[in-house]
Write a protein that binds this ligand. Structure first.
Ligand SMILES: [Zn+2]
Length: 103
């Protein structure tokens, strides 16, 4: 097995999808070949980078859902009860105060 064969099998080798004999040959070549060992390292780094980037999508969506669950309930309910309470409370008091003064 030469460098070209190893590069062809490198991804499958890293994913553990190679048969026992081929995997052993690839490993043996990488152990004795600096260039293929380097290519093996680079390929692993790339795979790690891709794996780190892809799971970032579920996190912001989870955050958004948490914020969406909190936002409409907390301030929305507060303004509704406040609006009713303030509009009904002041008029009776104003009349009570104004009638004794005018009479
Ligand atoms: Zn090689």
């Amino acid at each position: 097995m030469d460098c070209h064969d190893v590069r062809d099998h490198l991804l499958d080798f890293q994913r553990g999808q190679l048969g026992g004999d081929v995997a052993t040959e690839v490993r043996r070549h990488i152990d004795g070949c600096v260039e293929c060992a380097q290519a093996d390292l680079v390929e692993r780094e790339l795979t790690l980078l891709l794996e780190r980037r892809t799971p970032q999508y579920p996190a912001p969506i989870g955050l958004k859902r948490r914020l969406m669950a909190r936002w409409p309930s907390a301030p929305g309910a507060g303004t509704n009860t406040r609006g009713h309470g303030r509009r009904r409370a002041p008029p009776p008091r104003a009349r009570d105060v104004s009638t004794p003064l005018s009479a």
